[in-house]
Ligand binder design. Structure first.
Ligand code: DAH
Length: 319
């Protein structure tokens, strides 16, 4: 039996002694207990030292005399341990950078939100079936991991409406992580990223919105694109559109291969009103779309599940 096992056995025997306390006459009980405790402390101390000794014996000592080549690339093990940024974060920075060049400010969304920002402030009527399209999760306290970055619209409008009084426009993008109660497959994830855009001024219009979106996608993919819209429905915009781009040849697309990239439209007057902006004086447009989808097209990825799988073989491709 090795030293450590012997000590642990001793400790077990000693612990059994504690059961005798109740049979010791009351006047001797105190002394008996104190002695037992002292023995136990000493034993625990010995066990700790024995465990440290065993650990030291198992760990190879560091050889500080080993030759060192500071300019050699690091061995594979180290480069793995050091890690790298997640591709979605790198791409999200690229997205924000393009919008910044167009004069937008970026504000990050929240990962826990509430009923008001998720639905009410976005003109979803109570009990309206449109709420079902945004099935997400809830905490026991009733908070909601947001199903879209539109939850930030009311906050953005409130926070920046002073700009309108100053004769400037509101121009904000909101990148963020969102959650949906999805059956996960190659094109659906329960966790993904979106980027929202919000623009308000006295006289903005749909043509400007389409111009901004075209500019964004052409910058992001580095080429001219054919775009198309079709009518959509969102309670928070009127009219609402789905914005599509034709998948470029260089990314494996054929003529007529249109992909829906985001939802957009003119901000509904009720949404402006709820943020204290007079819809008679100001107009706005907004859009929101998935970042994962954007990145998948850029890199020809077929399965969205890669992004959340924490698979190093996948992630290393983006170092
Ligand atoms: N939030 C919508 C979604 O996730 C997308 C969207 C549509 C955002 C229209 C907008 C908008 O800002 O105006 O399906």
């Amino acid at each position: 039996m090795d030293e450590l096992t012997k000590l642990k056995q001793e400790l077990k025997n000693l612990n059994a002694e504690y059961a005798k306390i109740k049979d010791i006459p009351a006047e001797k009980r105190g002394e008996f207990g104190r002695e037992l405790n002292a023995k136990k402390m000493a034993l625990l101390d010995k066990i700790m030292k024995a465990e440290e000794a065993q650990f030291d014996a198992e760990v190879k000592p560091l050889d500080i005399t080993a030759p060192c080549a500071p300019n050699e690339p690091l061995p594979e093990l180290y480069s793995t341990l050091m890690g790298s940024r997640h591709p979605l974060m790198v791409e999200l920075d690229r997205v924000i950078e393009i919008y910044k060049l167009m004069g937008f400010t970026a504000v990050e969304s929240r990962q826990l939100d509430d009923e008001y920002h998720m639905f009410d402030s976005l003109n979803f009527a109570k009990e309206h079936p449109a709420r079902d399209g945004y099935d997400t999760f809830r905490t026991e306290e009733g908070f909601i991991p947001p199903a879209h970055t539109s939850t930030m619209q009311n906050r953005v409008l409130n926070r920046f409406k002073h700009k309108l009084d100053e004769g400037k426009e509101i121009a904000v993008v909101v990148p963020g992580r969102v959650y949906r109660n999805e059956d996960v497959d190659a094109t659906h994830e329960h966790t993904f990223y979106q980027c929202e855009g919000v623009y308000v001024s006295p006289d903005c219009n749909m043509g400007q919105m389409l111009g901004i979106l075209r500019e964004f996608f052409e910058k992001y993919y580095g080429q001219k694109l054919n775009i198309r819209t079709q009518p959509g429905y969102f309670p928070f915009t009127e009219p609402s559109l789905e914005f599509m781009i034709e998948k470029p040849k260089s990314l494996g697309g054929k003529k007529g291969d249109f992909l829906e990239m985001l939802g957009c439209g003119m901000i509904h007057p009720n949404v402006l009103k709820m943020a204290g902006i007079d819809p008679q004086k100001y107009h706005g447009f907004a859009w929101g779309g998935g970042i994962d989808r954007l990145v998948m097209l850029r890199y020809g990825l077929k399965d969205v599940r890669h992004f959340e799988a924490a698979n190093l073989n996948f992630l290393r491709n983006f170092k």
